[in-house]
Design a protein. Structure first.
Length: 281
């Protein structure tokens, strides 16, 4: 599988999202646990979660099996609310997340989206947590170009490791400016909702792309994920609660496209030709 760097850490280019996981009954949670463990057992080691997901339910689900693995082998990401972005509340939020996850550190801690707290204070708090070893790296989520420009100018902004944003076939805006600028700055782009499912509106492929999936012997979901991964510059974190779908996500990383095949995607979902405000779902 392709890999990508987050700072000085190399991880698989496919991770595991957990939005909506841990919110069902015991049987459903057991299937979701099985899916995440399948991913860990088959080469995926990035798990992305947040205190917001089910008010901690996703973190608790992960905490239920994290001890079955060598912690150093897992790259664990969580996110905190903008309302917790000041130094005091950030520390409390992290303590609560670590308790639910049953671990003593996070590999990456992200501000979920920008709020009212000055970025300088948020960065100061993150730097303190990093110095204490409670987090290994820090970053943001749902930050557009202007937000990132302001962020990286603040003290500690040069240590921002990643920005997690929406990226899929019908949400390509980041390709115009945000993605290339982050690549130049050494900031990893983490893309969520590769199928558009986070908005409740799954992406509808053209007949030509449906035929392409059939010709390659993959599902339409695998085709969409493979497209997101095509250039090796985005860490995608599809969410699934089924082991069979996790296996499909892993296999999608090996799908490649010819220039003519990529042109089919561009015809159906044109690349941006100007700045498009970042979409957030």
């Amino acid at each position: 599988m392709k890999t990508i760097n987050i700072g000085d850490v190399t991880v698989p280019i496919v991770g595991m999202g957990t939005w909506y996981l841990g919110e069902g009954n015991a049987a459903q949670s057991a299937r979701e646990t099985e899916a995440l463990k399948y991913g860990l057992d088959h080469g995926l080691n990035v798990i992305d979660t947040a205190e917001m997901y089910g008010n901690g339910a996703a973190e608790s689900l992960i905490g239920g099996f994290l001890g079955d693995y060598n912690r150093i082998d897992i790259y664990l990401i969580s996110k905190f609310y903008p309302s917790h972005a000041d130094k005091k509340q950030m520390r409390t939020a992290l303590t609560n997340s670590l308790s639910r996850l049953k671990t003593d550190y996070l590999d990456l801690y992200l501000l979920h989206w920008r709020g009212a707290t000055p970025l300088a204070e948020t960065l100061e708090g993150l730097q303190e947590l990093k110095k204490e070893g409670l987090i290994r790296q820090y970053g943001v989520s749902n930050f557009d170009v202007d937000d990132m420009d302001q962020l990286t100018m603040e003290p500690g902004g040069d240590q921002v490791a990643a920005n997690e944003v929406l990226y899929n076939l019908q949400s390509r805006g980041i390709e115009y400016d945000l993605l290339p600028r982050q690549k130049q700055a050494g900031i990893t782009t983490i893309g969520y909702s590769p199928y558009g499912s986070g908005s409740g509106k799954s992406i509808k492929l053209t007949p030509e792309l449906v035929d392409l999936a059939k010709a390659k012997g993959v599902s339409t979901h695998q085709l969409m994920l493979a497209w997101v991964l095509r250039n090796g510059d985005v860490l995608s974190i599809p969410r699934t609660g089924e082991a069979s779908h996790m296996a499909e996500n892993i296999a999608a990383a090996d799908v490649t496209f010819t220039p003519d095949e990529l042109a089919l995607f561009d015809q159906a979902f044109p690349a941006p030709r100007h700045h498009i405000p970042l979409e957030i779902i």
